[in-house]
Design a protein around this ligand. Structure first.
Ligand code: CU
Length: 486
């Protein structure tokens, strides 16, 4: 396997991410320089939702320590684009092919406790893996930015810094696109914990949510990465059959609608969290999602941990260490558009029926998706084409993604009727009374992407009579409806 290919796999293994072992808001390390870097311009195509990666030399020119890493996404004028328009799905900085810094839409800042730093050498290889999701049919231009606190190796402050490394913890560690689905109603009491409550999550292979500690050390910081719907990640340690809880990274939603959007911050460990671990211990991570309100597709549970050596730590088997953490930021203005207001669109439940699609051949019961429009029953269409097409009970409706030649993915995902309100970070969600989801219609390497590797999908044949509303998870302004009759 070539180096590039290997790098690609590694960084995809990191895909998804989040942030890096932070430690909450805290004082700047004495002697640190504040450096600002920009990666771009990145020209983002309409509806773009793909992963790219690139080496970057936008970084310090002398050796030293990175003590804080704050990523973001910005336009030319320095503004941060609204999350319902351009979405930093993830960016992962791989240093010498190891995922080290990362950002997701929750924008956690990685801020190490005072006295710790990631060692930096100008000869290190930096690769930036990024996925920027354009939720609109307009192109855009953005930069990925990162603000670094940096202590040069020749500064007096560097002498007091203990190096850390990042241990990547992920419920799907090593998977190119480390995701799982949460079905509404799964789990217990409206919550679903992965992998504990998943059916056969890893097949016949070993658990992917574990890491066996390779040498004695001390954990000095962590925070979780989740997607909307996520409630918490938990870090555990097992030794000689005993298991203790090390930390819960809790999602705090500023979102008025609750646990349904990116208007969230994760709690990170406090600056004085120090957990002594021994070679042979097993560290594990779990991720818990809300399963009462909606289904959550392609979600993650990641919890990078900063690990040091040669410093004092607490034995978690004798002293509890799982105190509540601290939020790394408050509500961010780019999360102001929540959606869910009156959009002036028709209520598809009340619309007259469109054409009755019948016949044995699926091609007679087929809708093309083109230019971000569902060809029949799209809520944005006027006249007869905007009315819900009708199928008979026991038959299915087929959707074809005719935008695929432009590398545009679409989904058909059930949302609760009328599903006609304004698009925002909290609306629509996959909360249809009857759940269905096409997965992403389009092609991509299996296991490296969420592509279903087909461009057509047919609705379930067992839907009872009624009007069904749906949206596109990639382009949530896309809405449609169809009707089933006896
Ligand atoms: Cu779409």
């Amino acid at each position: 396997m070539g180096t590039l290919r290997r790098a690609y796999l590694l960084l995809l293994a990191a895909a998804g991410l989040c942030l890096l072992a932070p430690a909450g808001a805290q004082a700047t390390t004495p002697g640190a320089q504040h450096l600002h870097y920009e990666f771009g311009p990145l020209h983002i195509q309409p509806g773009q939702n793909t992963i790219d990666f690139s080496p970057t030399n936008n970084r310090p020119t002398v050796p030293g320590y990175i003590t804080r890493f704050a990523p973001n996404i910005r336009r030319a004028d320095g503004s941060v684009p609204p999350v319902d328009v351009i979405h930093l799905h993830h960016a992962v900085w791989l240093i010498n092919f190891q995922p080290t810094f990362a950002a997701g839409e929750e924008k956690t800042t990685a801020d190490l406790p005072s006295g710790f730093g990631w060692r930096y050498r100008p000869t290190d290889k930096w690769l930036l893996n990024y996925m920027i999701h354009n939720l609109t049919p307009q192109s855009d231009t953005v930069w990925i930015t990162y603000d670094i606190d940096f202590v040069p190796a020749d500064s007096p402050a560097a002498a007091g810094i203990t190096p850390v490394r990042t241990q990547w913890m992920d419920v799907q560690y090593g998977h190119a696109y480390p995701v799982f689905d949460v079905a509404r109603g799964s789990g217990t009491h409206g919550q679903f914990t992965y992998p504990d409550q998943a059916k056969n999550p890893y097949g016949s292979g070993p658990p992917l949510n574990q890491w066996t500690v390779d040498k004695d050390g001390v954990l000095v910081g962590t925070a979780g990465h989740l997607h909307p719907g996520g409630l918490r990640t938990d870090l555990w340690l097992t030794r000689d059959g005993r298991k203790v809880h090390l930390f819960q990274s809790a999602a705090h939603y500023f979102e008025p609608a609750g646990a349904v959007s990116w208007d969230v911050a994760m709690s990170a460990t406090r600056p004085d969290w120090r957990v002594a671990v021994k070679k042979g211990d097993v560290l594990s991570v779990t991720a818990t999602y809300d399963s009462k309100r909606a289904s959550w597709y392609e979600v993650m549970g990641i919890m990078p941990v900063a690990v040091a050596e040669g410093v004092p730590g607490v034995d978690p088997f004798t002293t509890p260490v799982d105190r509540p953490g601290v939020l790394t930021h408050g509500h961010l203005p780019e999360n102001n558009n929540h959606g869910g207001a009156n959009a002036g669109l028709p209520n598809p439940v009340k619309l007259l029926s469109g054409p009755v699609l019948r016949g044995r051949a699926a091609s007679r019961r087929s809708i093309d998706i083109k230019n971000f429009v569902y060809g029949m029953g799209d809520l944005g269409l006027s006249g007869a084409r905007g009315r819900p097409p009708v199928i008979r009970r026991g038959q299915s409706l087929r959707f074809n993604n005719a935008d695929w030649p432009r590398t545009i993915y679409h989904t058909i995902t059930a949302c609760r009727a009328p599903c006609n309100r304004t698009t925002g970070i909290a609306y629509p969600i996959a909360d249809g009374k009857r759940q269905f989801d096409s997965a992403e219609l389009g092609y991509g390497p299996r296991g490296l992407t969420a592509a279903s590797n087909r461009v057509s999908w047919s609705t379930p044949v067992n839907l009872p009579p009624g009007t069904y509303t749906y949206f596109c998870r990639i382009h949530p302004f896309m809405r449609g409806a169809f009707r089933v009759v006896r």
